[in-house]
Design a protein around this ligand. Structure first.
Ligand code: NI
Length: 388
């Protein structure tokens, strides 16, 4: 595949950075060592501006092209956080922070963006400005949202944004994308069912929140089958269920359930939210209980702007011609969605080959994907802001 020669030369260095970052994984908004390492590399590379402490532990850097005749500004983003997983990958540069692991390859994304920064700073073969956004807390903390809320895109006049995520199951270094919804929204619900506790041998003298909770769970299953258009997508999963007793002969007073709602369409998302609340409350009422629903809105749908998806594909085809341009969406969520809601742009999957899926203890980021990732970012910049 046509990887730029210079990126082939710097591959070993970038892999070294990646392995170091892999050995020091940090959770969301705690990426202190990680962001310090990123800032050190950016300083060595010689970018034009570095700002640390963005969205708590994020880093923003600016690289100016050889010319700037049109005031063009492109934002490139990488995520830096790790997951609370005990690593079982077997690699010799494994996590030294026990119970925390780069199991989603964000160490790879960060290294790819650093490699891109190095190339762009050496060559500056573009007309405009590149803003690099190393964001914290993608895995649930919404670091991307915080960056948008802190005004990073406005401050630097970012006009369009691009990001990538490695994806096991696609050949290493190959690209996959689709216009429109690529990843789902992700919301959480916490339903507390209150009944009346009592002796398990006298159920008629109590109001059992467990039985009510069971009916609510089954009722929630009808949302995707009966309330959502069969041609649309939604997920309703109840993942945790706890009552306030832990024994065999007491009917509890309260039972709490927790779950997630995923959708690929904002209207479906809103409809499911309304149905979760209605089913929980009405079912509880039918069984003489009371249900309180704490519904927390999370990451929005990750939507690729069609025009900018074409730009992303054009750049990818230079690097690896066999681009999957209509890859199926997945129901995982991604907080780059906040940036894509604020600016047009596109999110690309970069093949990670066969092996464990992301978020698995045996997951390994494929270092051979790095040159393709860097080359794609570089191509995007040079194609979207051609040198004068
Ligand atoms: Ni990830």
């Amino acid at each position: 595949m046509p990887i730029r020669n210079r990126l082939a030369e710097t591959h070993a260095d970038i892999v070294g950075w990646r392995h170091h970052l892999h050995s020091i994984p940090e959770l969301g908004f705690e990426e202190h060592q990680t962001s310090a390492f990123v800032a050190e590399r950016l300083t060595e590379i010689g970018v034009d501006e570095i700002v640390t402490g963005v969205a708590q532990t994020g880093v923003v850097a600016v690289i100016k092209g050889r010319t700037d005749t049109k005031g063009r500004v492109i934002g490139l983003r990488a995520d830096m956080d790790a997951l609370p997983i005990l690593e079982a990958s077997g690699v010799d540069y494994a996590s030294t922070n026990e119970g925390v692991m780069h199991a989603c390859g964000h160490d790879g994304h960060t290294s790819i963006l650093l490699g891109t920064a190095q190339y762009l700073t050496e060559t500056r073969n573009f007309d405009g400005t590149v803003v690099l956004m190393f964001q914290p807390a993608e895995e649930g903390g919404g670091g991307g949202r915080v960056m948008v809320e802190e005004g990073v895109l406005d401050k630097y006049g970012v006009q369009e944004v691009y990001g990538l995520h490695n994806m096991p199951g696609h050949p290493t270094g190959q690209f996959a994308i689709r216009p429109g919804a690529l990843m789902a929204s992700a919301d959480e619900f916490y339903i507390t069912v209150t009944g009346k506790g009592g002796h398990a041998a006298a159920p008629h003298q109590s109001i059992d929140p467990n039985v009510t909770a069971a009916h609510i769970i089954l009722g929630l299953q009808s949302i995707t089958s009966r309330n959502v258009d069969p041609l649309h997508s939604a997920v309703v999963s109840v993942c945790a269920l706890h009552s306030d007793v832990d024994t065999h002969n007491v009917i509890p007073q309260q039972t709490r359930m927790t779950g997630t709602v995923r959708a690929l369409d904002p209207e479906v998302r809103d409809h499911v939210e309304a149905r979760v609340k209605a089913i929980a409350k009405a079912t509880a009422e039918a069984y003489d209980c009371v249900a309180e629903v704490d519904y927390r809105i999370g990451y929005p749908v990750t939507v690729n702007d069609p025009e900018h998806t074409e730009y992303a594909i054009a750049a990818a085809r230079v690097v690896a011609p066999d681009v999957d341009i209509n890859t199926p969406p997945i129901m995982a969520a991604e907080d780059f969605s906040f940036m894509l809601n604020a600016r047009p742009g596109a999110y690309m999957f970069l093949g990670n080959g066969d092996g464990a899926m992301v978020h698995h203890p045996a997951y390994v980021f494929d270092d051979n994907a790095i040159p393709a990732g860097c080359s794609w970012f570089v191509e995007l910049v040079e194609q979207r802001m051609p040198a004068q």
